[in-house]
Design a protein around this ligand. Structure first.
Ligand SMILES: [Zn+2]
Length: 682
């Protein structure tokens, strides 16, 4: 068991971690896993010093690192993803500072001009306060002044059609058709349920709901209501929201195409929404040219239809007003922005806000993501790493092919299709060949020419809408990227059967040109194998090699697959963090991807104990993280990934090679009997 490499990597990975966090004091108590209980429940217990790797591998590898991490008062989480994000953000911030000081005349429409002028609009609080809700006021008036449900729905449709604002009905997005990924489809969105079903319906989280409702009251008062009126309105919105949520899909259901892919013709839509004039709404939304529409949450749509009656007009108007205020709060006056900031702090357990400058710089990057992306690639991306990672991807795909060929529970027919899917996976690394149209389309008007943060925000929203409206009826563009190059992340897109690795994730501790091969395999290799494994996760398995929703498994094989999946659900539900069990169903697709990835990595390093050990250590290390309790609760409700500590320990405990490398006894916390070691690929 080598701990040396952990420290070496920590130092090699730069000083950022030490600089970003105070190194005084220890914010953590070592924790330990113990599965000694008869019912098989795996508890994480506090106050165990000198943790053994046999009991808690994650803690053993990361305790020194996490001892140095002390969450700042304005941090909900520390992780390598956040750390590298901060490094990228630091570089981008330096650039914003240089630009905002520079006296140079930049050509209109250049990234430099846009960034400088956007930052000025964001950081000039006087201008933001003077602007108030100005550019938004006519649209708010349309909602507030609606005298009938028809007028109310028309106002919502205009707002959604022009800017993409959506509250209860009329929200939509355009994306590849799940059943025929070569074309685009219109997806009709569900209602904005604000703090959401997972909080509203969990009795233990009502104190957070209370915090949210205080925020709602304050926002409505800021908008001009009396305190008394605002409290009354909040109470009515609560009743409305709980009613909608009772007919709303759970977070895990939203990820299942079998549940969310419901194709409606215009006539069928009219039957679903009997209280709305569908032709009128679709035409105001500018999506009436489509032949069919996908309704994501049918039960919720039925419920909303019943709510669209005259007696609810006032509460609906109040609800949509609040949703809109909430949507723009961060970009609006100091009053709204502060309320929004306080609410997120309370929700995520932060005792302090980020500095004004940090917030402004974050917003600038958020509103001009591709301009920053292009600059990031020009300045920081190393082409050499792209080639090395491409070679690693090939090796990982080959390993999967071998693994699949050996599965004795799968028929030859299913195997052939699975291998075909692997062979046709598209790979995108670094940055898009062509920058998206929205980058050119997005223009920034400086304050000197009458612009403001809110007016530029509306332009930004308009651009996304115009850009996506161009896609209706067009063939899907498979070259588009769903992430910017400066994001520390990666994804698998089932509609394109593709894996995508933005430039910024190709750095230490995920990937290091100087590191041993096995270390990189435990880092970026695991991430790559995880993304590829999504092609066969509980959602991905339902899409074929062309990216179409199509169950290509034989019935018997798919039945077996689902039995394995059920075992995985139950396995993860035995893990608890902060006293709460992991939601095995919500995290199923990610857990399948993790377990598959580890099977693949250990296959590549089979028999080489030292290399396997390096890979296991690096794997545990990249998932090191620290969160506030509030943020952990939030993640347990909404994150499709298991908590990082569980991701590491549950995967290793289910991996046979782990037991070959380390001496794990039956009484140890990491031990899981061979017959209980779950996974799709054995
Ligand atoms: Zn994933």
């Amino acid at each position: 068991m080598k701990k040396r490499c952990v420290m070496r990597r920590l130092i090699a990975s730069g000083v950022a971690v030490i600089l970003a966090f105070s190194i005084t004091g220890c914010s953590l108590t070592a924790k330990r896993l113990s599965n000694a209980l008869d019912d098989g429940t795996i508890y994480i217990t506090e106050d165990v010093e000198n943790v053994r790797y046999q009991d808690d591998f994650y803690e053993y590898i990361n305790e020194e690192l996490l001892d140095e991490v002390e969450l700042g008062a304005s941090d909900a989480q520390w992780s390598w993803f956040g750390e590298l994000d901060a490094v990228v953000a630091y570089d981008m911030k330096q650039m914003i500072r240089e630009l905002s000081k520079s006296k140079e005349e930049y050509p209109k429409g250049s990234s430099e001009q846009k960034i400088r002028d956007m930052y000025e609009c964001i950081s000039n609080m006087e201008n933001r306060n003077e602007t108030g809700l100005g550019p938004l006021q006519p649209y708010l008036d349309m909602i507030r002044g609606a005298e009938s449900i028809d007028e109310y729905v028309e106002a919502l449709a205009d707002l959604s059609g022009q800017f993409g604002f959506s509250s209860i009905v009329g929200g939509y997005y355009i994306d590849q058709d799940k059943a025929d990924s070569s074309r685009n489809a219109v997806y009709l969105m569900y209602a904005d349920t604000l703090i959401g079903k997972e909080y509203l319906e969990n009795p233990q989280l009502q104190s957070y709901v209370d915090v949210y409702y205080e925020y709602m009251v304050d926002m409505l008062v800021e908008f001009g209501m009396s305190e008394e009126e605002a409290v009354k309105v909040q109470g009515q919105i609560d009743v409305l929201l709980r009613d909608i949520c009772a007919s709303t899909l759970s977070t895990e259901q939203y990820y299942a195409p079998s549940v969310t892919y419901n194709v409606f013709t215009k006539e069928e839509l009219q039957e679903l929404y009997t209280n709305i004039n569908i032709d009128e709404m679709l035409s105001r939304l500018r999506i009436d040219v489509a032949d069919t529409y996908v309704v994501i949450d049918v039960e919720q749509a039925k419920k909303i239809n019943t709510l669209l009656v005259e007696e609810n007009l006032q509460v609906l108007k109040d609800f949509s007003t609040f949703v809109m205020l909430n949507d723009v709060a961060e970009y609006s006056t100091e009053g709204y922005a502060k309320l929004y900031d306080n609410m997120t702090n309370m929700l995520y357990g932060l005792s302090e806000s980020a500095s004004d400058e940090d917030t402004w710089m974050y917003l600038t990057q958020d509103l001009l993501p591709w301009d920053f992306g292009k600059i990031y690639v020009d300045r920081y991306f190393n082409q050499e790493s792209k080639q090395q990672v491409e070679a690693m991807i090939e090796e990982i795909i080959d390993a999967y092919k071998e693994i699949i060929a050996e599965q004795d529970w799968m028929s030859d027919t299913t195997k052939a299709k699975a291998i075909k899917k692997l062979e046709t996976i598209r790979v995108k690394i670094g940055y898009p060949d062509e920058w998206p149209d929205s980058m050119e389309m997005m223009q920034v008007t400086p304050i000197s020419e009458g612009g403001s943060l809110l007016s530029n925000l509306l332009v930004n929203m308009q651009v996304s809408i115009e850009d996506s409206l161009d896609d209706i009826g067009e063939e899907a563009n498979r070259d588009e990227w769903g992430m910017t190059p400066q994001m520390i992340n990666a994804y698998y897109n089932p509609n394109n059967n593709e894996i995508v690795f933005p430039a910024a994730i190709l750095q230490s501790p995920f990937y290091d040109v100087e590191a041993d091969y096995a270390q990189n395999l435990g880092g970026i290799g695991f991430v790559i194998a995880h993304e590829i494994s999504h092609a066969f996760d509980s959602n991905g398995a339902e899409f074929d090699e062309n990216g179409n929703y199509n169950i290509w498994w034989t019935e018997e094989d798919y039945q077996r697959y689902q039995e394995f999946a059920q075992e995985i659900v139950e396995y993860y539900e035995c893990y608890k963090v902060i006293g709460e069990p992991v939601n095995g169903t919500l995290t199923l697709s990610e857990n399948i991807a993790d377990l598959g990835a580890m099977a693949c990595i250990t296959r590549i390093l089979e028999g080489d104990t030292a290399a396997l050990s390096d890979a296991f250590i690096q794997f545990a290390y990249i998932w090191a993280s620290e969160e506030t309790v509030e943020y952990q609760l939030y993640l347990l409700g909404y994150d499709t990934h298991a908590p990082n500590k569980v991701r590491v320990n549950a995967v290793l405990s289910a991996c046979d090679a782990f037991y070959e490398v380390y001496d794990i006894a039956e009484t140890d916390g990491m031990y899981v009997p061979p017959e209980n070691r779950v996974g799709i690929w054995k």
